[in-house]
Design a protein. Structure first.
Length: 404
């Protein structure tokens, strides 16, 4: 990053950028690392699949609500102190789950984890809004998205090995360790990036949400992002049982598949950086969402026709991951640019909305019990169509640009 890319403030911006890259993936890892262990947890707790899936769904709900709270909190009190306090508590909840309490307590602690990790996630992401402007903010948002993607990319594969070697609790011991690393980084390396002149009393910081929820660009963009990210969360809730229980593959095998899908999401982000310098954003969005919808419809018909295999699931899902990831940085940068002086709240509300909305979609899809992948393709048809409607139907003029 060039020195002129940063806003002219007397902080160590290199330290801030490095700290952000380390902290941002924790939220994704906390979501995904134990996904390969869901079938094992079902057996351990003698529970049905939906009860175990609830550990992910309540985390997502807490993660969404927590970010909406954390936005004004970090805008009012700065980034560093809220990150430190909530990450310390996150470490304690991770240890609590790793001690294998009853399932109801695991579910409760997972909800608390979602709320707590949301604060560190919002604070870390807001560093981009604090330190970048204009086109450089778009580039930095892309790097932040890439850093965030490393959580869901790497953690399921790691979680598969931890499940085979040590059992389902190992993933939560790992999260506790990562949380300790974040606490050390926030204590030693991270400077306070929030400009004191921009801080407001907490009630005033919350009041900015009123402007956001009536903004004709921010809200459709946020809802479009909520729909497109549902392709990722829907797969994570539905696929472990289908692949491991119905198709009889191991947690490690499933983890490797998630690694592949995550890599394709990352590749989509990188590819967007290349094509967005030459192609209008609206053309990228229309092509990516339209192709994803067509693939989802085709795969639903093939699934109903009796074509069941890992390849029939992973290949089309991987293409959709790649395509939807191309849309993501465009939407995220647009949301941040609408409210540059409230970076914490701007990124918190959009993130909270996409987590809550995608959790709702995924919860409904998880109730559709099936021995094949048709519930997943049904979900994909709905969310890819909705993505197309929100971005193209409501925001065509706003995204009719070429990133320089």
């Amino acid at each position: 990053m060039s020195a002129e890319a940063w806003a002219p403030r007397t902080i160590n911006r290199n330290h801030a950028f490095i700290s952000m890259l380390i902290m941002v993936p924790l939220g994704g890892a906390a979501t995904d690392i134990y996904i390969p262990s869901l079938p094992a947890m079902e057996k351990f707790f003698h529970a049905d699949a939906f009860a175990v899936q609830a550990t992910l769904l309540v985390f997502m709900a807490g993660y969404g609500v927590g970010q909406i709270i954390a936005g004004p909190l970090t805008d009012s009190y700065g980034r560093r102190i809220p990150i430190l306090i909530t990450t310390c508590l996150f470490v304690l909840t991770s240890v609590g789950i790793a001690l294998a309490p009853p399932l109801w307590l695991v579910i409760t602690l997972r909800a608390a984890q979602g709320i707590l990790v949301a604060c560190s996630a919002v604070g870390a992401r807001a560093i981009i809004a604090d330190c970048y402007k204009g086109d450089e903010r778009k580039k930095a948002a892309n790097w932040m998205t890439i850093a965030w993607a490393t959580g869901p990319i790497l953690s399921p594969a790691l979680g598969g090995y931890l499940q085979v070697w040590f059992g389902w609790t190992a993933s939560f011991w790992f999260l506790a360790g990562w949380g300790v690393v974040v606490v050390v980084i926030a204590s030693v390396l991270l400077p306070e990036t929030r400009d004191e002149t921009l801080r407001k009393p907490l009630p005033e910081a919350f009041a900015v949400y009123k402007s956001m929820v009536i903004d004709p660009v921010y809200v459709p963009t946020a809802l479009g992002m909520a729909c497109l990210i549902s392709v990722m969360y829907g797969f994570e809730v539905l696929a472990p049982f289908y692949i491991q229980t119905n198709l009889h593959h191991s947690p490690v095998y499933y983890g490797h598949l998630q690694l592949l899908l995550g890599s394709l999401w990352l590749a989509g982000n990188f590819f967007n950086r290349i094509v967005s310098t030459k192609v209008k954003a609206i053309q990228i969005i229309t092509t990516a969402a339209g192709a994803s919808l067509a693939i989802s419809i085709l795969m639903l018909f093939l699934d109903i026709s009796g074509i069941f295999s890992v390849a029939a699931l992973i290949v089309p899902a991987g293409i959709i991951y790649f395509l939807m990831a191309m849309i993501w940085p465009n939407g995220y940068a647009k949301c941040l640019s609408r409210f540059p002086d409230a970076g914490g709240s701007a990124n918190a509300l959009v993130s909270g909305l996409f987590i809550i909305v995608s959790a709702g979609f995924t919860a409904v899809a998880s109730l559709l019990e099936a021995s094949s992948a048709w519930p997943l393709w049904t979900l994909y048809i709905f969310v890819t169509a909705a993505t197309l409607v929100f971005f193209v139907g409501f925001l065509r003029k706003e995204f009719d640009y070429i990133v320089k």
